[in-house]
Design a protein. Structure first.
Length: 439
């Protein structure tokens, strides 16, 4: 079976390079380069040095000018580095030119992120998504991956007279890409079916979103007691995890942890991870977690909002949560965040600070879409009582000879099922019309 040839990952000394044109972008470029180092460390690759390079314009050959490119190549040889990793996206031709100039492996941020995702994928869905993204990334870079690709084949049984090995291999990759897309569509349909099954049991759902490594999985574990992976690494978890919790008023809630976002996320991953990220678009509301201790917290907020906009989830009700407040040493920094986000909740998942307030605020969000009703159910309709119990709807029960009276709080989406048995209903303290079962 044809496979993409993997790069040699046994690198020991990496040089990181970040390039920018506009002087106003220098601070952001430095921040991105620091983030790239975290990404590289996640792969276990030692970093020898970082270079932040200013240039006037982008050049087709090396992205940078030939003089600066030669300077970097000389530094690579002096430092005995075996890989150059660019924070900037390199074209396939630029990547090959750099490898010829420096004589070492050259990668960009996209390839590093793809490698991390490949190492962290656990479920079948995540593996399909990663394989699809890596093949789409590798296809235009195939022409110089093997020395035999320029050879032509022909004769009896050949796919085409004079067809080069390169053309055959590209065709095989395209075939695998098509197969992976079909498999991903199958997974997407299965996820849609699961979502419909959840909707039949109308329990509210909230998606936890945010930048990578802000504490989303830690928050899910703290709120639900779920045994989920928690690591202080970028992209520690890639797969969605959904757990149920009971709020103080006994109202159940499904919490879904989603994959973290990152700046300059490869477009191949944005497209192929739609099946995972769409959980945010189908949730009832979002819990947007931010790292209060990060100097670039506003940039991280904007990155997440940009991705949510692409998914059509930016108009969802959103509860902003600032985590890691225990690591913020400057009170003015927290005051500034409160000014920008007056409705946000400040918490520390590590110490538990602010968690009671967070649960109360989550309860408020759920309460907006619930209604308290009084039901008059015939004694013969035990199936409706069973449904109330199955859907996690709690309430006081009073039995009469031929009737069961239930006062319960339920999602508004459940009203249609119980409308024939409505006696008295109140929505946020206001009485609504009673159903046919009116007392």
């Amino acid at each position: 079976m044809f496979e993409i040839k993997a790069r040699d990952k046994t690198v020991e000394r990496a040089l990181l390079v970040g390039a920018y044109i506009d002087p106003a972008q220098k601070a952001e470029a430095r921040s991105l380069l620091e983030e790239l180092e975290e990404l590289v460390n996640t792969l276990g690759i030692p970093v020898v040095d970082r270079m932040l390079v200013a240039h006037r314009e982008s050049h087709a050959r090396y992205l940078l000018g030939t003089g600066k490119a030669q300077e970097i190549a000389d530094i690579v040889k002096q430092s005995e580095c075996d890989v150059i990793i660019f924070d900037n996206e390199l074209s396939p031709a630029q990547q090959r030119n750099w490898e010829e100039l420096a004589g070492v492996t050259v990668a960009d941020r996209q390839e590093i992120i793809l490698d991390i995702f490949g190492a962290r994928a656990r479920t079948r869905e995540a593996r399909i998504q990663v394989d699809l993204a890596r093949m789409e990334y590798s296809l235009p870079r195939l022409s110089h991956a093997w020395s035999h690709l320029g050879q032509q084949g022909g004769g009896i049984g050949a796919k085409g007279e004079g067809e080069s090995q390169l053309e055959q291999d590209k065709r095989k990759i395209r075939g695998q890409i098509d197969r992976l897309k079909r498999e991903l569509e199958t997974v997407r349909r299965a996820r849609t079916t699961q979502r419909k099954d959840r909707k039949r049991t109308p329990v509210p759902n909230a998606a936890i979103v945010g930048y990578t490594n802000v504490g989303k999985s830690s928050l899910l574990r703290r709120l639900t007691g779920a045994d989920v992976l928690v690591e202080n690494k970028l992209f520690a978890t890639l797969d969605t995890t959904t757990r149920k919790i009971a709020l103080p008023n006994k109202q159940p809630l499904l919490l879904t942890d989603t994959v973290g976002f990152v700046r300059k996320l490869p477009h191949q991953l944005i497209e192929s991870f739609n099946a995972t990220l769409e959980e945010a678009a189908f949730s009832d509301f979002l819990i947007h977690v931010l790292d209060a201790s990060q100097p670039d917290v506003m940039e991280f907020f904007n990155t997440t909002m940009h991705v949510l906009t692409d998914l059509g989830a930016d108009t969802k009700q959103m509860l902003v949560v600032f985590n890691k407040v225990d690591k913020v040493e400057d009170p003015a920094a927290l005051a500034n965040l409160r000014n920008h986000f007056p409705d946000a909740v400040m918490v520390s998942v590590q110490t538990g600070a602010g968690m009671i307030e967070l649960v109360d605020r989550i309860s408020d969000f759920v309460r907006k879409d619930t209604v308290t009703v009084e039901l008059r159910i015939p004694a013969a309709r035990a199936d409706m009582l069973a449904r109330l119990h199955r859907e996690g709807i709690q309430g006081a029960i009073h039995y009469e000879e031929d009737w069961t009276w239930v006062t319960a709080t339920m999602p508004t989406s459940s009203l249609d099922h119980f409308a024939p048995f409505l006696a008295i209903a109140a929505v946020v303290g206001e009485e609504v019309a009673a159903g046919p079962g009116e007392r």
